[in-house]
Design a protein around this ligand. Structure first.
Ligand SMILES: [Zn+2]
Length: 279
């Protein structure tokens, strides 16, 4: 979380996030995010005691709002109301924050309605979709959001340099070597004494970095020590494919969490690495 808050404080604020994790954890993080971007004491943000921090904390800030399921689903009318609010300027906040709790409960119609807003965001609003079930969201929604995984607490930052280098080389080889064999590499990685989720977290951070390069964002690379490989990978795929690949890795993280077969997880990831250049 600290990495995330530090990035936000450095000015890297996305207009749309998916906070992956339980509803409780996701909403708590969204509150900290809203306080951080609106705190009156930037150097202490979130200070917890300024007017904005307090209003957000006790739920009385007019620009900090949430929608949640009415009955079994989040309906299109609820999303339409949200879109209308998002179209206007915030009343008090520097950045308005709207949370969609259990976002996977949005009906497909509701998701489609929200999509346009995510494509053409208003500059002073951020939408946070909280979910623990990424695969119930439309891929088009996922690819327009920055995905923050708060569920596992494993963002791959603590993987050793040697392992990160090895995985990133497999990634590059899959993209450029026509003789690449996903099966050989998957057995090699499954045999490592490393947690699958952690390694997938690292690969997700690599694709996030590729997207930073592709979109010419001024954001800092998470893996700046692998900038060369990131640059080479970025040359080989388009932005849309990179977003789609990120989504696939996050899907495999969900499989890994439910104790899926590691060999198969890696095989699927590496085969996708190989195919991503043709998407
Ligand atoms: Zn404050």
């Amino acid at each position: 979380m600290d990495n995330f808050i530090n990035a936000v404080k450095a000015g890297f604020v996305s207009h749309a996030y998916i906070f992956l994790g339980s509803d409780e954890v996701g909403c708590a993080k969204a509150k900290i995010f809203a306080q951080t971007v609106n705190c009156e004491n930037p150097e202490l943000a979130p200070c917890g005691f300024c007017k904005n921090c307090r209003k957000i904390s006790n739920g009385t800030h007019p620009d900090f709002m949430e929608i949640s399921a009415e009955g079994a689903s989040i309906k299109i009318d609820q999303v339409r109301t949200l879109i209308q609010i998002l179209a206007g300027m915030p009343m008090e906040a520097a950045i308005r924050v709207c949370i969609v709790r259990e976002a996977h409960k949005m009906t497909p119609e509701a998701q489609n309605a929200l999509l346009k807003t995510l494509e053409e965001p208003s500059s002073r609003s951020t939408v946070v979709l909280v979910t623990d079930n990424l695969k119930l969201l439309l891929p088009t929604i996922v690819s327009r959001c920055q995905v923050m995984d708060f569920g596992s607490g494993k963002d791959g930052i603590d993987v050793s340099f040697d392992t990160r280098k090895m995985l990133s080389q497999i990634m590059l080889r899959a993209m450029k070597d026509p003789d690449f064999e996903p099966g050989t590499s998957s057995a090699q990685v499954a045999g490592l004494d490393e947690e699958c989720e952690r390694l997938l977290g690292f690969l997700a951070s690599m694709y996030r970095d590729i997207l930073v390069v592709k979109t010419k964002s001024s954001a800092q690379l998470i893996n700046d020590d692998l900038a060369d490989i990131i640059g080479q990978c970025a040359e080989r795929i388009c932005t849309k494919s990179a977003a789609k690949m990120l989504e696939k890795i996050l899907y495999q993280t969900v499989v890994a969490k439910s104790k899926g077969n590691q060999n198969l997880i890696w095989y699927n990831v590496f085969r996708d690495f190989q195919e991503v250049v043709r998407w």
